[in-house]
Design a protein around this ligand. Structure first.
Ligand SMILES: Cc1cc2nc3c(=O)[nH]c(=O)nc-3n(C[C@H](O)[C@H](O)[C@H](O)COP(=O)(O)OP(=O)(O)OC[C@H]3O[C@@H](n4cnc5c(N)ncnc54)[C@H](O)[C@@H]3O)c2cc1C
Length: 443
């Protein structure tokens, strides 16, 4: 079998591996039983920023289970779906029936399997926690080919180790999910712009709990208006019209066929884009009825928008800081300004309480995600230094997005790491599940 070159969304690294695409559970078992010395790892849509679904010289297993005959949700909103289904496919199916996924990540093109493996959070973590809270059970294929069902009450330790476990406990075959009822497929979005980070943060802190969703976008490029930004909050529309139509269209309208030159996204282009965005948000608050798809996944309209970053790709540095250490957000923003490193996209969200999954990322407080161009050599030392400060503040890096973390810091960021390692050892003593990510971070 020939090797295939595989990449991820961050596009900073590629790797050659044996791509296996089982179409049925029997196929999958055969593949799992034949995994060689290079080990194997599951792959979903490959929308990771780093090397999580890559396994150089080993097997990469991308389930392609049939999606045509998926049942409707039952009258309580419970649905069982194959792990290879994307959020876009799920939402196109369930939104017209008046149901919504309680937690959705910032793009609808990730798979349910990939979302479980990252224990994803959305713009409403402070209200609805992460995806694990809404998963009733999963079917998981273990390293020996056996399939088990796990939930919060059955094989609970394996269930929690799989939430955020980045494919290293087994392959999720299907998931049973609790959906939420919606009365409309629209949200009322209010948008407010702020000239500096302090004002934006104060407004976000005082307002966000009144809304179902909240997210802020920051401009960390502009010299004179560093830290300005836009706060978006939203509630589901409550329509009393019995004939109200629900729709969800996830199709990208604007494809970007080729990578743009690395030089395309420079300070000057990003600066111009940010100014335009702030200008179009206006000075006063605007309230607008918006389609769920446009609010949840605005960037999905441009299919491969990561190509804007050029062939060298991006590093996304996403941190969580506990509520008591919110000053860390100010310190980080200050450091980015002083170091003059190019920070292209910065997004801030509020987080609620953490769950019991040892590798789950969210913790009560805040999360900030910042994109840096991978070909700027200065950012690596700069981020290493920030990571040290982050640890002192009791914060952590989102492993599902990491591409560069010092493995020594993981036990400090994830204090339950040993518990996760011992569960993993029990179910996979020969370490058949491996990835470039797991080797890089000694997991
Ligand atoms: C534009 C963009 C926006 C994003 N926004 C958010 C956000 O708001 N919140 C958030 O939490 N994350 C966000 N993410 C991160 C994204 O949700 C995760 O990286 C997710 O894991 C990607 O899923 P995937 O299907 O592409 O999986 P892949 O990238 O292919 O794999 C990711 C991990 O999942 C494992 N995996 C995949 N399928 C399975 C399976 N069937 N069984 C077991 N393990 C499996 C892989 O081994 C790998 O470790 C965003 C990513 C992008 C590109």
């Amino acid at each position: 079998m020939d090797k295939t070159e595989l990449g991820t969304w961050g596009n900073a690294k590629g790797s050659e591996s044996y791509l296996r695409e089982p179409k049925s559970i029997d196929d999958l078992r055969g593949i799992v039983e034949s995994v060689g010395n290079g080990g194997g790892i599951a792959r979903g849509s490959g929308m990771s920023y780093g090397d999580q679904p890559m396994n150089s010289d080993g097997d990469v297993i991308r389930p392609l289970f049939r999606k045509e005959n998926i049942e409707h949700p039952n009258s309580n909103g419970i649905i069982t779906v194959p792990s290879s289904l994307t959020f876009a496919e799920l939402l196109e199916r369930v939104v017209p029936l008046g149901w919504f996924m309680p937690v959705v990540p910032g793009t609808s093109f990730v798979t349910i399997g990939g979302a479980i493996a990252a224990d994803v959070h959305g713009k409403n973590h402070y209200r609805k926690s992460s995806i694990a809270s809404h998963i009733k059970s999963i079917a998981l294929m273990l390293a020996d080919g056996e399939t088990i069902r796990c939930s919060k009450t059955e094989e609970a330790a394996i269930f929690w180790a799989t939430m955020g476990g980045l494919g290293l406990t087994g392959i999720v075959i299907e998931a049973t999910i609790q959906l939420s009822r919606i009365r409309s497929s629209k949200v009322q979005v209010s948008r407010n712009s702020f000239g500096n980070f302090s004002d934006l943060f104060e407004a976000m802190k005082s307002q966000v709990n009144r809304f179902e969703y909240g997210v802020a976008w920051l401009d960390l490029i502009s010299k004179n208006n560093f830290g300005r930004g836009i706060l978006e909050t939203a509630n589901h529309e409550i329509s009393n019209n019995p004939h109200h139509e629900f729709s969800y269209i996830a199709k990208p309208t604007l494809p970007l066929p080729n990578h743009l030159a690395d030089s395309f996204l420079r300070r000057s282009t990003v600066k111009a884009y940010n100014s335009l965005r702030i200008l179009s948000a206006g000075r006063t608050e605007t309230i607008k009825k918006t389609e769920l798809s446009a609010f949840m996944h605005p960037l999905d309209k441009v299919r491969n928008w990561n190509r804007l970053y050029g062939k060298s790709g991006i590093i996304q540095w996403q941190i969580a800081v506990p509520e008591v250490s919110e000053h860390t957000l100010f310190d980080v923003i200050d450091s980015i300004q002083k170091a003059k490193v190019p920070a292209f996209l910065a997004v801030l969200k509020k987080l609620g309480a953490s769950n019991q999954a040892p590798l789950s990322f969210p913790m009560e407080g805040w999360t900030l995600a910042v994109d840096f161009p991978a070909n700027d050599k200065r950012i690596y030392g700069f981020l290493d230094a920030l990571d040290q400060e982050l640890v002192k503040a009791g914060g952590r890096i989102y492993l599902a997005k990491d591409a560069r973390l010092d493995p020594e810091l993981i036990p400090k960021m994830y204090p339950d790491l040993d518990e996760w390692k011992s569960i993993r050892k029990n179910i996979d003593p020969d370490r058949r599940w491996q990835s470039d990510f797991s080797r890089r971070l000694n997991l």
